[in-house]
Design a binder for this molecule. Sequence first.
Ligand code: ADP
Ligand code: ZN
Length: 740
Amino acid sequence: MFAEVAFNLATGRCFDYAVPEEWPPGKVYPGCRVRASFHGVEQSGYVLKLKETSSYRALPLLAVEDASRQFPPQLLRLADWICHYYCASHECVIWNLLPAVVRKGEMQHREVVYLDLTEKARDPGSDAFRALTPKRQHVLRTLIRLGGSLPLKEALGTVDAGQSVIQALVEEGWLAKSRRVEERDPFRNAIIPRDAPKALTEEQAAALAAVKEALETPRPKPILLHGVTGSGKTEVYLQAIAHCLDQGRNAIVLVPEIALTPQTVFRFRQRFGEQVSVLHSGLTDGQRFDEWTRIAGGRSRIAVGARSALFAPFRNLGLIVVDEEHEATYKQDEMPHYNARDVAVVRGMLESCAVVLGSATPSLESYHNCQQGKYRLVEMKSRVDGHPLPPVEVVDMRLEHSLQKEKGKSSFFSRRLKELIDQTLSRHQQVILFLNRRGYATTLSCSQCGYTASCENCSVTYTYHRKQNKLMCHHCNTMLDAPSRCPDCGNPDIRMGGYGTERVEAVTRAIFPQAMVARMDSDTMTNAESYRKVLESFRGHRIDILIGTQMIAKGLDFPDVTLVGIIQADIGLNLPDFRSAERTFALITQVAGRAGRGQEPGRVVVQTCTPDNYAIASAQRHDYDAFAAQELPGRQALVFPPYAHLVLLQFRHEKEEVASQAAAHFAALLTPLLPPDTQCLGPMPAPLARLVGKFRFQILLRGENVRGIVAACRRGMAALSPAQLRKVPVEVDVDPRFLQ
Ligand code: ADP
Ligand code: ZN
């Protein structure tokens, strides 16, 4: 018997080892972690599969490691699929899907000593009990009051007695000591009231029925739940999960970013309590280890988390929910470049479970899959409680600016938006202002010589941050002191151009001095705690106007927000990316969806210089279908997704010519291998030609046969020498989200 083993050694391939004859059958199995000698050095690796023969002179395996460090066998086929589809090596995928803390095997369960009352200690009326000293009685009574069992440490802190009293009670058989595994539950200290299922609206009931049907079907189609903002998608997920648990199966819920969706996570905890594991990047190693083993051991039934929660080691999976399926954060931006939304569909297929993709603004890929009959479309067109979607007013900022010029002052607040903010404040309702750009000014330039402050490592300009009085690169995070005069010509007249949330905050405070204003962007929100605090203040009406970047676009449900202002809706429209219209439509729709979720109707003001753009016009009418109908023919004509697949290859190096030569060399190798009808664009410099000190060249491949394209890339890479690959790795991104 032979085992194929993957090591984490960046070799890009697997190696055969012989299973020693004397090992009992079943000792080695796919997914188990083994030790083996690799080029004379003992290494750990994972067994991917067992086979009868090997064409190599295979060395014997040395040992099998702790079973708690295995790769979940039920995920091996999924890992295999990811390798093939995303053109990644097995080792890269295996190492990526398994949390480091599990892989390393250093973490142990935490054991805690408990004190329990024995049978005779539970009856304070007995003669023997009453014969005890008052101090001993006090200890026992305290434990009775607290439920009969406490960790020893806590008991010592609670009772008015020392170690010796407790030890004597143990020796005389009143108390028993035991060691128990204690889970480092990140929610242990949070008291979360439980809530009951809500009575569903008609649309919700129909959506739930569709999911239930999928749960009863052996190989169900994925469901796209297209529900407008506030239509109550989460309640549908919750009740579907309850049904899934009743079947004895488990569920995974993916959310775009845990820190930005605290309300959603909270609602799962509220409904299902201890059965929920919340996986997020803020967990300590110990907590992550415990959550993982809780899931693997069947003690937790629901995993809620970002991207990587998709790999929760459940055995009997019934349902996967991908909330806000259109979000780009589901795509991992390093190897393997998988999209968790798409991999969720594959896991659903492999494990025959129901998959629900939910969004108010579905990706055109998912929408297209419905049109093709691959997914089932379920729509919820109205908000719960009959609250209407807020009317959206579009303000043409070109007219505003010319009017303002006549009056000799300029502002990024239109008169209409100002007027509505005033009205909203006087009614003691709340406002959200959205601008998808942080910082104070987007450029700093010299009025005389034309100098503009730009990053030394990246091909972008610096953003000015006034609070720190620093220039900052939003790509590589370089920070330097803002110059007081032009570094080139010494001119003291340095001008600021453009604006971000920091400036919007300053101007808002100046225009509405009576209002409490807060800003939420990655400059002010340094951790999950600050985020939670601001949201709490907003909920408690200690903030009237909340200003923010896309941090405030997602999932916030505040009933007293009746006005949403989008300061500059067209920021993303002019980016050189075929998805810019789609992203703009989605962002406006999502931000607008924060208004009017309570009893009072809401309003939305969209400020833009391109009011006629169809992305903005259809967002104004809340009309997704109209947007899709306009957008899709263009995609088809230009052979872009969803009508074709893209594969982006990038070559990065500190030296421009090294990167460009590597790209040219690979392009020459690759071209004859590509399937017919594949279009090959480039090599060319990436739109962001330099990033974090590296020059970037890219090749964009376009075609329908994505497997053929990936196979060609693989063969091309196999033709490169290991030294070449080490010098300039070929970064393969299948179905990229961004082309920069
Ligand atoms: P979506 O995710 O579709 O934007 P949510 O799931 O956040 O919408 O629901 C919006 C609000 O409506 C939430 O406050 C939720 O508690 C409430 N809600 C959802 N379903 C119902 C229902 N059937 N009856 C009453 N309130 C509901
Ligand atoms: Zn930079």
